[in-house]
Design a protein around this ligand. Structure first.
Ligand SMILES: [Zn+2]
Length: 139
């Protein structure tokens, strides 16, 4: 630590449902006030009941891996293999990649406990850091 006064670099989430404000990072969803269906993207109407009122809810940061795919081929520049999964976060399905785990079926299993984590995608010339999320095995 130096005594130099610096403005704290800005951290920008890659997706707008990732919240990086005070406290631990978490995901939010839009919940239909009529039937409780949850969506991560913005909806004008609920696909389940056609309701149009939504409230914002916090998604549990720990969950269970419901299904996954080990991705072996991807666009140039994307490191493979990686694990793409669907995580059941206390009843809400969240799509995300797994990190901090060997991407093979010896280490990744349906039903394993995982938790939300964030990582940096890099910092631009203005010092703005892009942040994305993934899931890692929970202890
Ligand atoms: Zn609904």
């Amino acid at each position: 630590m130096t005594g130099t006064a610096t403005s704290s670099p800005e951290r920008v989430p890659l997706v707008d449902y990732l919240v990086l404000d005070d406290g631990p990072p978490h995901l939010i969803a839009h919940e239909c006030t009529s039937c409780g269906a949850r969506y991560f993207d913005r909806r004008n109407a609920c696909a389940s009941c056609f309701g149009t009122d939504f409230t914002t809810v916090e998604i549990a940061t720990e969950g269970t891996l419901r299904t996954f795919t080990i991705v072996a081929f991807a666009a140039p520049g994307v490191e493979v293999p990686f694990v793409s999964g669907v995580i059941d976060c206390d009843g809400t399905s969240v799509r995300g990649n797994l990190t901090n785990v060997e991407p093979d079926s010896d280490h990744v299993q349906t039903g394993m406990k995982v938790r939300l984590t964030t990582y940096s995608l890099g910092t631009d010339d203005q010092g703005t850091e892009a942040i994305s999320f993934a899931f890692e095995p929970a202890p």
